[in-house]
Write a protein that binds this ligand. Sequence first.
Ligand SMILES: *Cc1c(COP(=O)(O)O)cnc(C)c1O
Length: 435
Amino acid sequence: MTDEFDEGRPSRQPTPPQVTKIGDRDMHPSTLMMGYGYEPRLSEGSLKPPIFLTSTYAFESAADGKRFFEGITGKRPGGSEGLVYGRFNGPNQEILEGRLAQWEKADTALSFSSGMSAIGTSLMAHVEPGDVIVHSAPLYAATEKMIDAMLGKFGVKWVDFPAGASPEEIAKTIDRAGEIGRVAVIYLESPANPTNDLVDIEAVAKLRDDMFADAEHRPVIMCDNTFLGPCFQAPTQNGADISLYSLTKYVGGHSDLVAGAAVGSREALAPILALRNTLGTITDPNTAWMLLRSLETVQLRMEKAQANARAVGTFLRDHPKVERVSWLGFLDPASTQGDIYRRHCSGAGSTFSVIVRGGEAESFRLLDNLKTVKLAVSLGGTESLASHPAAMTHLSVPEARRAELGIGDNLVRVSIGVEHEDDLVADFEQALKAV
Ligand SMILES: *Cc1c(COP(=O)(O)O)cnc(C)c1O
């Protein structure tokens, strides 16, 4: 038994030895994705984990059952020592959670049935009536709805700041929130959807530590890492307590599943685990198994998609019918955003906005004339997609607020996949001729 293995898979018994190092060198997450947290010996030598389709687990003794339940219910700290029931956990989910944590070098992770169930469960677990959530803007539309409409029903309030705000502006926002109630959570989305604005997570963590040094409660910092995770950004390494994912996007990567995750320290995740155990917002064994397969290629896919994004983005940026392309790879290193990028991100991803010259009509003509790039919302799949946030994902956002957030009628959001880059450039070239 080794500590590394225990870290990755908190409750599965027995715990076999697990190789995470060669000599004293730590292996990279992309290598660990092939086998970490799974011991073939325990499953008839099967090289790959089977899908464990069971709702309940047999205990070897009544005393074991009692001990496992003590862990589940929190009567004893440290989590459960064994598997109990499908609403709490399962082998496929535990392997997945161990592997997800590797990317951020975090204690642990929790898997969820969707990105929104990860976000919703995490927020609900950390707020009480009368609390205030301070959040960056814009947010994924359903997250905004969760905070405003759903948590609002329970007396939770919110105050926001623009994603690109300076530390001084963010401090003022936190001050303002403190006048309304207890600041329970600082919720970030970086890069923001669909503008790609980055939040200075490091600065937010420093503000939190300074401003709440003597406070009874320190707000929990959560950051939605869907756009760059798990390969190009690790918010928990930059000061966030919890990193949130829609695994539906880059991690799943094939537009064929819906799932989510929360990654962080055992302490920050403990209330979220308790609520997940109560609600059953955990991912199912089939989806967890598909995600294990996806994680084996996530680095390959994200790197190829990023290279394609550079090719397509460069073509579009120089096109006379395009005003601007806001891709992280094009940030000026001397700018404030460029500085955050350098400190937080190791890659630019493959989702960006194209600001077309014109308005909705011109944007729609571009979208309607694409031949291989599909017209669909979502992102991070092997195939390239394009959509119109103002008319689709952000349609429910009031027009004035959309303008404030920089989501205009001439903004087309593109998620670049792993096709041949020349075909993607050719597709945009012919579609722009029709504009
Ligand atoms: C898609 C998405 C979500 C929600 O995830 P689901 O898996 O659809 O529930 C949350 N945040 C961001 C940034 C997203 O892109």
